[in-house]
Design a protein. Structure first.
Length: 257
């Protein structure tokens, strides 16, 4: 496949509004980027079997990004014989992700329900990592956030690329990671307000996201993680800096490449 398919499972910020999910995506219908609150539910709504998810990469471990993980693990666990023979691979910031996966298993009471156990591989990542996930070339940089956090770039053999900022303040390292990418998916928690000068650890406003897109020379910028009430003004502010900005819809499949 020459294109990358990016399924938008959620765009909301922190707590979902009615019928919505917090920021969460799937690349090529196989690799989830954060779970939001409702990963499993939204996968089914988008016609993707949760068992087809081979890997989950987490930008960081704040609640709105990890809340859906126990549901996915339970779905895998309860499906027993239908489950694929490969492990579920989970990637995230070193020092954080292992604890979150272990806590999810405790929450699901794996000690009382051993039949739910299956093979989960946890991979600690740091900024500057380069690895292969499901045939995609993946690179990371450290994000600027209140907790350990990563931004991710996915590329395929045909040269298509997509970058996910996760939660971050304006970050020159992200500009380098996103250099020349086809699509940058960037958070804009602060709406139309630029916080570039007075916020070192995030999040960002839409003008900050647009400035990253402009300096990185990406083709398109998707504004996410912005409350619906603030989205129209945020999008306008982004377009003033970077005209190829848009707000993706939940359930939409973006094509890149
Ligand atoms: Zn966060």
């Amino acid at each position: 496949m020459n294109e990358l398919a990016i399924t938008v499972l959620g765009t909301d910020s922190c707590t979902p509004t009615k019928g919505a999910n917090t920021a969460s995506f799937v690349v090529n219908r196989r690799v989830a980027v954060d779970t939001g609150w409702y990963l499993t539910d939204r996968l089914l709504a988008c016609g993707i079997c949760p068992l087809d998810i081979e890997a989950v990469v987490f930008t960081h471990c704040h609640h709105d990004h990890i809340m859906g993980l126990p549901q996915l693990i339970f779905y895998y666990g309860i499906k027993g014989g239908e489950r694929p023979k490969r492990p579920l691979r989970i990637y995230g910031p070193a020092g954080e992700i292992r604890r979150v996966v272990e806590d999810a298993q405790r929450f699901l009471q794996f000690d009382r329900y051993p039949e739910l156990r299956f093979d989960i591989e946890v991979h600690d990542l740091r900024g500057g990592a380069e690895l292969d996930i499901c045939g995609l070339k993946v690179r990371t940089c450290s994000a600027r956030h209140a907790v350990a956090a990563l931004s991710y770039r996915f590329g395929n053999a045909a040269g298509a690329s997509v970058v996910f900022s996760g939660d971050t303040a304006f970050n020159p390292d992200l500009i380098e990671l996103a250099r020349g990418a086809g699509l940058l998916v960037h958070e804009a928690s602060y709406g139309a307000k630029s916080v570039r000068e007075d916020e070192r650890w995030g999040p960002s406003g839409a003008p900050d996201a647009a400035e990253v897109a402009r300096q990185a020379g990406v083709a398109r910028l998707a504004i996410v993680h912005c409350g619906a009430a603030h989205l129209p003004a945020a999008l306008e502010a982004a377009k003033a800096v970077f005209p190829a900005s848009f707000a993706p819809r939940e359930g939409e499949e973006l094509r890149e490449g």
